[in-house]
Design a binder for this molecule. Sequence first.
Ligand code: ADP
Length: 602
Amino acid sequence: METIKSDVGQAEATLTLLRDLIHNQRLALSQHYNTNDLEMQLATWEGMLHQLQQNTALERSARLGLLYEASQALAHSLDWDDTVESVMDIVIRVTGAERGLVMLLEDGKWQVQLSRSSKEIPFSQRDLEFSHSIIEQMVSQGKAILTHNAQRDPRFNSSDSIIAYGLRSILCAPLMVQGELLGALYLENRMKSGIFSPDDLATLAAFANQAAVALANARIHQQTHRALLRSVRELRLLQEMARDLNSSLDHQHVMERSVRWIATAVEADSGAVGLLAEEGLRWAARLGDTSPDDASAWQVIRGRRANFTPQQMLLPILREDRPLGVFWLAAGERPFTEESLEFAIRLADSAAIAIENARLYEALVRANQSKNEFVSLVSHELRTPMTSIRGYTDMLRKGIVGPLSPQQQTFIDTISRNVERMRIMVSDLLDISRMESGKLRLKPVATAVKDAVEEAVRIVQEPLQSKQQALAVDVPPTLPQVIADPDRLAQILINLLGNAVKYTPANGSVAIRAEEYAKEPGTVHIAVADTGVGMSLEDQQHLFTKFFRSENPAVREQTGTGLGLAIAKNLVELHGGSMWVESTLGAGSVFHFTMPVAMSES
Ligand code: ADP
């Protein structure tokens, strides 16, 4: 464009000079020339010049229009490939190139990312060939390169590719953003030389600048998008894994599931989890055929750092920097990447929590088991000497071995009261440990509630009388029998009635009522009511848990262990019934429970 402009300028100046010459030297000229002919000739030249000037202006504005269009497309596009394709088509049209390439510099290598041909020229494999020496020139000069005839250009006369591909006109502009070379735009024409003008060079350089910025933006966009997708996928997987692993405290289940989750996430072929145990490293769960090797597993556990190759990963399982074990994973068809390693580490960290919980739970269950075994053993051992103490104190009390002085009588009474307390305590402990280990067995038979109530009333008779409390018993003779272990039903009633008497001040009243339960057909409802100390709502929430005793001083002044109600409720539930309480602090309580009705004889 610039050459045309200066050529037109020169022609214009020459024509003006000629017109002045004809005008000023008309006389002298007329002696040798026909001045009219000269003027006509001049007018024709001026006409041609005018036409040329107009055409140049037109072409320039058309180019500017296209350049504007292409820049807009590049500036607003996030899909770089599509936009650059259409921009290259425009560039090919404007410059008259045969073909254009978009080259990208990836890991130090030039790759053809896109190849476009002018419409008239069919696409061939050769379209992907390009001259390395032009690219090298462009890189070394750091700016766009133009050659009118590469075959004769002294800069490329040693280049084989230029000769081999028969390259003539070539234009090449770098794609640069903030000093970083991302690639190049490359235009060529093999047929003609001198096809590109310096204007084309400027146009291509301008496109290249815009395209480079658009490329950088699109890459960032693509990277962010990919990273976002990856994070969402990871988060979802982490969440699902945590939910799955935390849904169970079963040790083996947690081990097997955790290996499966991590192996699936990184597309591993085989996997295993090894745990540190007293005996050393124990492979707790395995997936696939290959086996891990202990030596490298130990190295990872000791060093507390992952060991990674594209074929295998060993990840330490750490809780607060304390090693619990190791995950081992072997790659399948696809080798592991740094990315999959990082993801696997995050999964292993999350799995570590569930693994530790499962371990603690397992240890807790074991500790509880041994505690129950111990309590059960000790209670059994205590029962024998206590029976003999009870037997001898009874004989002494009854005067079988001779009369007692009043003081001796008081002492013996105290001994026998305390032995009875000990007996209850030991038998409660035994019951609790049997319940917890699931060893408490019932002997259910059709039982009359009345009998159990009478037994309970007999037991509490002494304190009831000494506190001068009133007792009301309402067990209708028509009440159906219940299906229950008679000793256990009596135990439940003794417990409730005993508490009612214990936690009700002197002169208060206590009542037992039993009825067929209309709300739950097929059950009998039994209620034990008192006008005693009652309990707060907060106390009611903790009731029925082992060892709970209210802080109320009126409760604390009575002896007790806090085991009776927990046992009673458990026994009721073992019979298939339920137990609940209604109480008002300072006004009294009602304890309710249900028992299933025994079916008819048949
Ligand atoms: P203990 O009577 O040996 O303390 P229990 O398991 O029988 O143990 O009762 C647990 C707690 O429940 C008692 O310490 C007391 O605080 C409360 N409680 C039980 N029965 C009554 C009642 N009838 N009135 C008021 N509080 C009661």
